[in-house]
Design a binder for this molecule. Structure first.
Ligand code: DAH
Length: 350
């Protein structure tokens, strides 16, 4: 055989190498890789074909071409192993159906496969309800202020016309943090209501006042479908010259209309809270049953005096709404304990 035969062989080794490496780069998925291996490295594969033809070359040509072919074999085997390992590592990204047809790199994402839906979080139903309520009040001119969950006895009780020996304190079984503390503010507790934001706000500013204050409250409760030891309230307070009970009713009717729609029936009844006089509660019709959603009333003159307001000049009304109660009515939720059980089957409905 002539030396041009040797040159031909070396040329075909080089082009085989180019073709093989390009093919390997394009092979995606286990099936395509195996096909490639059979085509180039298999017993009847193309490299074996080249090696077989070496016999027709003269000895020196055979030796150099043989060495080149063996080098190529080693290179292709190494490249194949590397490719296979990479493909196995990214195996989760190559769907079972994409081998050999996407023509992309192994591990490339097959855009024709349906995606996996990612779960998006959302706001807690209580938060959603609170925001909706705040928006209704904000649009009526009430400004949002926030307070602390850990509160002083002074603001949670004393300033609200609930002195230490007042029997109405029994209405709110309190979680104390430090009961013994006899500092200026009295003991330290987890607030049982958002009402402390009334004196806290009035202490800081002169009338007119028009605020709403959302937040979490805590009480020692035997829990049942309508009682939880933690719950939210949205407090409201308006103080100005000449405010009357008509303003209170108008505001709360409008609130109910915005949240429940115009058709829903509401009812006011007399109730007692030490920081208002007269006091009322408001209930909403729920399938023929009245469910109480808030307490309200005209701010007690003593509360105004406690913060240095002149009750002869100023009057006001206050209210405290339970957003969980409102959400239960609005969405037909039967048990208040769902709100704090963190069960996704419940939470993801909102
Ligand atoms: N803080 C009262 C409670 O937790 C609710 C309440 C009643 C708030 C009357 C008020 C109010 O502002 O005027 O039971």
């Amino acid at each position: 055989m002539t030396s041009s035969g040797a040159a031909d062989t070396e040329e075909s080794i080089t082009s085989l190498k180019d073709e093989a490496l390009a093919g390997l780069a394009a092979a995606s998925g286990a099936e395509a890789l195996e096909q490639w291996r059979v085509e180039f490295l298999g017993r009847k594969g193309r490299l074996t074909g080249v090696l077989r033809n070496l016999g027709s070359l003269d000895e020196s040509a055979r030796r150099s071409a043989g060495a080149a072919a063996n080098r190529l074999k080693g290179e292709l085997e190494a490249a194949f192993d590397e490719r296979r390992t990479a493909s196995q590592r990214s195996g989760t990204e190559t769907g079972p159906g994409d081998s050999g047809r996407s023509g992309g790199r192994t591990g490339a994402i097959d855009v024709t496969l349906p995606g996996r839906r990612s779960r998006t979080g959302r706001l807690h139903p209580s938060t959603q309800m609170i925001r909706e309520m705040l928006e209704a009040f904000n649009e009526m001119g009430f400004q949002t202020v926030e307070g602390n969950e850990v509160e002083l006895e002074r603001y949670n009780f004393d300033m609200l016309n609930l002195p230490a020996d007042h029997p109405a304190r029994d209405m709110q079984d309190t979680i104390w943090i430090d009961r013994s503390s006899r500092s200026e503010g009295g003991g330290v507790l987890l607030r049982t209501q958002t009402s402390p934001m009334q004196p806290r706000t009035m202490e800081k500013q002169d009338p007119p006042v028009r605020i709403v204050s959302p937040g979490k409250c805590f009480r020692i409760e035997a829990t049942d479908a309508t009682h939880e030891w933690q719950f939210h309230q949205v407090e409201g307070l308006a103080v100005d010259e000449g405010l009357s009970f008509a303003d209170l009713k108008g505001t709360l009717y409008e609130f109910a209309r915005r949240i429940f729609g115009a058709g829903r029936k509401v009812r006011f009844r007399c109730d007692f809270f030490p920081f208002v006089e007269p006091g009322v509660d408001m209930s909403v019709d729920w399938n023929g049953r009245w469910v109480e959603i808030l307490g309200a009333g005209m701010v007690h003159p003593q509360v105004l005096r406690n913060v240095g307001y002149d009750p002869e000049k100023y009057t006001g009304f206050a209210f405290g709404v339970g957003p969980e109660r409102v959400a239960m009515l609005k969405y037909g939720i039967e048990d208040i304990r769902h709100f704090f059980s963190n069960d996704l089957r419940f939470l993801s409905q909102f």
